[in-house]
Design a protein. Structure first.
Length: 146
């Protein structure tokens, strides 16, 4: 999306609108991911692949490419987890700790963070599997932040 495009301007306006009354420069309770305890064992991609096959492939597909909408130009109903259309190497989900925390509290689809399906170890393992897969490079690598 172009930085100065109409869509970007609309997105910025929306974020500013929903942030009205929020304190600036500080974290608000409930913001971000809940920290996930360290795993009992080092995360292992092979175990993660088995967790993926059991809990994730049904939606994200065996090849990790998710499910496109009926009108492909609109995007995905279920996002791809690796490959060119997935999150890039600079995204938060490309970090093992962020991916594990998100997966534990939100996956498989429909679970509640208060009653997770995956164990802490399973979340770390499947996160290791996902972040080991190929994806687009970080578009900001080697550049200074704006």
């Amino acid at each position: 999306m172009p930085d100065n495009g109409r869509e970007m301007q609309a997105l910025i306006a929306y974020v500013k609108f929903v942030g009205i009354g929020s304190p600036e420069g500080m974290r608000v309770p409930g913001m971000g991911l809940k920290p996930l305890p360290e795993p009992a064992e080092q995360p292992v991609t092979a175990r993660g692949e088995a967790v993926y096959a059991e809990f994730c492939a049904n939606c994200h597909k065996v090849d990790g490419q998710g499910e496109k909408r009926l009108q492909p130009a609109i995007g995905y109903t279920i996002p791809p987890l690796w490959g060119d259309d997935s999150f890039n190497a600079g995204a938060g989900m490309a970090r093992l700790d962020s991916a594990a925390a998100y997966i534990h509290d939100n996956m498989p689809f429909g679970i509640d963070y208060q009653d997770p399906v995956l164990s802490v170890q399973q979340a770390w393992d499947v996160a290791a599997y996902l972040v080991s897969k190929p994806r687009s490079a970080d578009p900001h690598a080697g550049t200074s932040a704006p």
